[in-house]
Design a protein around this ligand. Structure first.
Ligand code: GLY
Length: 294
């Protein structure tokens, strides 16, 4: 768990990464709102926070929820109060670059003025379809980390700032145990990035681990979860780069998958000096199905 959290902290602190932590693209009101979760494969203990503002390391707050409360998830103001009580330092998460991107998108570049989307729910709903197609490269980023130690103990950690320009309070799959994150020493672990709403509807992370429990190999388990997504009617899904998952089986073998072609993931074992990039398998969404409802 220490290693998983250390890795996620680096991404949360990377100001050039606009999908996680500091530098994340804000919600439609210009506030950076973060989601994160951790899961301990030894015990199936889990902790999560969602829609948290003003703290650099939501992954640490999620761990604290797991370790010191009888709860799994704290949301919004309650999570922030919890963080304050536990001495987490408040921080400014909106970087000038992320703010400029937000201004350009929501205020048309004007330094002040009406926020077209936050002022009008109808306009937000009309615009959000286009955002889905425009955002994916820089603003749908999430970090997934799965770690296994030499005893075979697995920990998983996921952190995100979610959809750029999202409606305040929109929560994705990253803090939802079973949707964006799941770890169980007995079978393996999985975590997701991409369109969280799909992973929430299909319980994607759990379904991958469940397939391994049911005897499927790692690659087949990933593939089955992506095939499940093809049954989701989703008029908001951007057609190409929608969903991604990484997974590890209980032996420590790793694999990843995406609905997009030519994507990669990174892994490293103790006997390797450098991390290695490997291609993800690809199972595209069926276009006809995602376009069925408009
Ligand atoms: N997968 C991250 C999100 O949808 O917020």
């Amino acid at each position: 768990m220490d290693a998983a959290i250390a890795a996620v902290r680096c991404v949360e602190d990377n100001r050039d990464d606009h999908g996680v932590g500091t530098g994340g693209i804000p919600n439609v009101l210009g506030q950076v709102e973060l989601d994160a979760s951790v899961m301990d494969g030894r015990t199936l203990a889990a902790g999560a926070v969602c829609a948290v503002k003003g703290y650099r390391h939501p992954i640490e707050i999620a761990r604290k929820v797991m370790e010191s409360t009888p709860h799994v998830m704290l949301a919004g103001a309650g999570a922030e109060l919890f963080a304050e009580w536990h001495g987490f330092e408040p921080a400014e998460l909106l970087t000038p670059e992320a703010e400029a991107i937000w201004r350009e998108r929501t205020l048309g570049g004007a330094p002040t003025g009406s926020n077209l989307y936050a002022d009008s729910y109808q306009m937000y709903m009309a615009a959000v379809r286009d955002w889905v197609t425009l955002l994916h490269d820089r603003m749908l980023g999430t970090t997934n980390v799965i770690v296994r130690d030499q005893q075979g103990d697995i920990a998983s950690a996921v952190s995100t700032s979610g959809w750029g320009f999202k409606w305040p309070g929109r929560v994705g799959d990253s803090p939802i145990i079973g949707a964006g994150n799941y770890a169980d020493n007995r079978y393996g672990a999985a975590a997701c990035t991409g369109r969280g709403e799909m992973a929430m509807r299909a319980a994607t992370a759990y379904s991958i681990v469940r397939s391994m429990r049911d005897g499927f190999g790692l690659e087949d388990a990933l593939r089955r979860a992506m095939l499940d997504l093809q049954d989701l009617v989703d008029p908001f899904a951007e057609r190409v780069n929608v969903m991604n998952a990484v997974a590890m089986d209980r032996e420590g073998n790793v694999a990843a998958i995406s609905t997009a072609a030519d994507t990669a993931f990174v892994f490293q074992r103790l006997d390797m000096d450098e991390p290695e990039e490997r291609p993800r398998a690809c199972v595209p969404l069926k276009q006809a199905r995602s376009q069925q409802v408009s």
